[in-house]
Structures are given as C-alpha cells and as structure tokens.
Design a binder for this molecule. Structure first.
Ligand SMILES: [Zn+2]
Ligand SMILES: [Zn+2]
Length: 240
C-alpha cells in the first residue's frame, strides 16, 4: 500500500497539520488547511470516497468543510452517499455544525442525509473498504476519545494513532500493526500525548515493527535523532 504524508505537524508550526492519504483514495484525518496541500501531493479530493477521522480537534477534522460543501452543494442526488466519513461518537453533530455555520450555511441539508457518517464506539466495529480491513482502537487523548485505525491488506498492516497518551490500548494498537504512525509530541509523555519515553518503551516491546513518530513539535524533531526515533514530514511517500 502507498501512504502519502500530506501533513503531520502540530498546530503551532508553519507546516501542514494531520492528514495522510492511502492509495490516493482514502484519507486519514484532514486538519485545518490541509486541502490546499492535496495538489502538491497529486491527490484529487474527488477520488476520495472514504475518510477516517481520529478525533474532533480542528487540526484533525476542520479540513472537512470543503468535502461537505462539495457533496451538499455541488453534487447531484445520484452522488448521495458517495462519500463515507468515519470517526468517534459526536462526529455527526460536529459535521452538521461545520456545514451549517461555516462550510455551506445557505444550504439547509443534514449531512447524514447525503454523506454516510459512521460513528465508532467500539473496537468490534471492523470496517471493510477498498480491499482493506480497518480495525479501530479506542485511545485516550487527555480524556477525549481518539480512534486509532489499522489498515490491513495482503501486504501490510499500517496504523495511524491520531493523538493519544500511553496506555494498554496503544500497546494493543501497535501489536496489530507492522508499521505505525504514532503520536510522539515531545520528550515526555503527558496526559494528552505520548513522548519519547513511552515511544522508546514501545520500540523495545516491538523490535520488529517500524514505528514512525508524528505530530511532533519542531523542537522535538531536532532531538529525535538523539533518541534514535524515526520522524516524517509533509510530502513524504511510502510503499509498505
Ligand atoms: Zn488532538
Ligand atoms: Zn493534534
């Protein structure tokens, strides 16, 4: 499978925030302003029919406004449910707030009448799209629910943690991957984010897995080499 990193930074940088693309067809997270980087990465957002959102912070989901208006304003009735959006409990309400107040306030339509919105509340809700089996994991982001997703196909199992602190569920998430894009914000783990300390611990637990740090601060990216932690950057393309 091909993975493009469209964005992987924290909010307070000049770089794009969270957004990944699989096989030019599936998006994982679409933070504020990420849509304008699609072209640079040769991704056409009209080819994207499935979007997976980890949690409802703006740096992970506020870029969905343009998708919503594309479907509600520009596509005709025959395109109803072309697009599916998966995310944590509350995403239906959040998407309607985004549509009615910001994306297309003059269009009086309910998002769920035109877009297949799937709220995930359990790890048993396994999804199958585009020849992938997608396993959700409920992770803790400072008390806020964050869904980590593992995309399995014949060749690999690639996980995207979103934002989370360390707990046993993260360990189980990593155990289900071959490659994991993992939140590693800074040196020390906090109640909201993992740090290099727990990232190193996971590397020790799973020496045969490739763990790639994301959502890192600019300061931490400069230090990551000292910790022997692999980082990534916007525009990077992988084949797993
Ligand atoms: Zn967050
Ligand atoms: Zn974030």
């Amino acid at each position: 499978m091909e993975v493009k990193v469209i964005g992987c930074s924290t909010t307070w940088t000049d770089k794009p925030v969270s957004c990944y693309c699989i096989n030019n067809k599936i998006i994982v997270d679409s933070g504020e302003g990420t849509l304008k980087y699609y072209k640079q990465n040769n991704v056409n957002f009209l080819d994207v029919n499935n979007i997976f959102i980890t949690h409802l912070h703006t740096d992970h989901f506020a870029g969905l406004g343009a998708y919503i208006s594309q479907v509600l304003v520009y596509e005709d009735e025959s395109k109803k449910y072309r697009l599916s959006i998966y995310g944590p409990k509350g995403i239906k309400k959040a998407l309607n707030i985004l549509a009615q107040n910001f994306a297309c306030p003059t269009i009086n339509k309910k998002v769920e009448d035109y877009i297949n919105v799937v709220e995930i509340s359990s790890k048993e809700q396994i999804i199958e799209v585009e020849n992938f089996k997608i396993k959700p994991f409920i992770l803790n982001h400072g008390g806020l629910t964050n869904i980590g997703y593992v995309f399995e196909d014949f060749s690999s199992a690639v996980g995207f943690s979103g934002d989370c602190t360390y707990d046993e569920n993260v360990k189980e998430f990593v155990a289900n991957t071959k490659v994991a894009f993992l939140d590693c914000c800074s040196e020390k783990t906090t109640p909201s984010h993992m740090g290099a300390d727990k990232f190193k611990y996971l590397q020790q637990c799973f020496p045969n897995k490739r763990l790639i740090a994301t959502h890192s601060t600019d300061e931490f990216i400069l230090k990551a080499k000292e910790y022997d932690i692999e980082t990534t950057y916007s525009g990077k393309k992988y084949n797993f």
